[in-house]
Design a binder for this molecule. Structure first.
Ligand code: SAM
Length: 243
């Protein structure tokens, strides 16, 4: 029987502890008792563990043995802030698909009020990523970066292969760009930054900025996808090239 998997808030070499809502769920709903077995994620590593102590707001596990962890996709999804409900759905799906990090960026066509409240919303995005990581039995939780201005992110130094999904692009497919980067990296696993624009798309000056900073424009085909669809399609293409 597959053991339930929990992502610990605190850990050391021998124990791991759940706190807050998930500890309360274990204690009150699942009526956890000492000796109950589970998989516990602690610091990106997965352990076969057993409950050592249960209190209403805290469940402590003894770590028994490390088990195989599945690495995240080496992809940072650079997601232009757009309608929060759709963006949160994209964060949940990107987490299920294995994304390593999500960098929310304020683009020129990000609606003003969404850009202004993005920083306050980031904590909720982190909770969504944590829950989706737990539900999909990941051995890590994707990092949700502090929202930044797109121009700053696009110009920042990076060793990643930088790819921008451009709905007007027709000559280069995403798959080709990823396969080329993998071939160039030889036995290294390359890291990718994949940028997806807001509902209104990238502004011309943003496309020029990407180009001037070494981002490769790629296409996901002739149809115009919603940003959340583009995120799922892009991560699926990258995963199929890397896994
Ligand atoms: N306003 C744009 C238009 O109508 O042409 C659509 C923008 S689309 C809703 C949001 C983002 O998804 C785009 O900026 C792009 O990053 C990505 N995207 C959507 N369809 C794409 C495609 N066929 N190829 C590459 N990127 C795409």
């Amino acid at each position: 029987m597959t053991r339930r998997r929990w992502i610990a808030e605190r850990w050391d070499e021998a124990t791991a502890t759940l706190e807050g809502a998930q500890a309360e769920h274990m204690a009150r709903v699942l009526r956890a008792q000492p000796g109950m077995e589970a998989d516990v994620v602690a610091g990106g590593r997965v352990f076969h563990a057993e409950v050592a102590a249960v209190s209403p707001h805290e469940v402590r596990f003894n770590l028994i043995a490390e088990v195989e962890a599945d690495p995240a996709l080496p992809v940072t999804l650079v997601l232009a802030v757009y309608k929060f409900d759709r963006m949160e759905w994209a964060i949940e799906k990107a987490t299920e698909l294995g994304v390593a990090a999500i960098a929310p960026v304020i683009a020129r066509r990000t609606e003003k009020h969404l850009g202004e409240s993005a920083e306050k919303r980031a904590e909720r995005w982190r909770r969504i990523a944590h829950e989706a990581a737990q539900q999909s039995r990941r051995s890590d939780v994707p990092v949700i970066h502090v929202p930044a201005l797109l121009a700053n992110f696009a110009r920042a130094a990076s060793t990643a292969t930088r790819i921008v999904l451009a709905e007007q692009e027709r000559s280069t497919a995403l798959r080709h760009a990823v396969e080329t980067a993998v071939a160039l990296a030889q036995d290294e696993m390359p890291a990718f930054e994949v940028a997806i624009g807001p509902e209104g798309g990238w502004a011309p000056e943003e496309e020029a900025l990407f180009d001037a900073n070494g981002w490769q424009a790629v296409s996901l085909g002739p149809r115009i996808l919603r940003a959340e669809t583009a995120a799922i399609a892009a991560l699926s293409v990258v995963a199929s090239c890397l896994e």
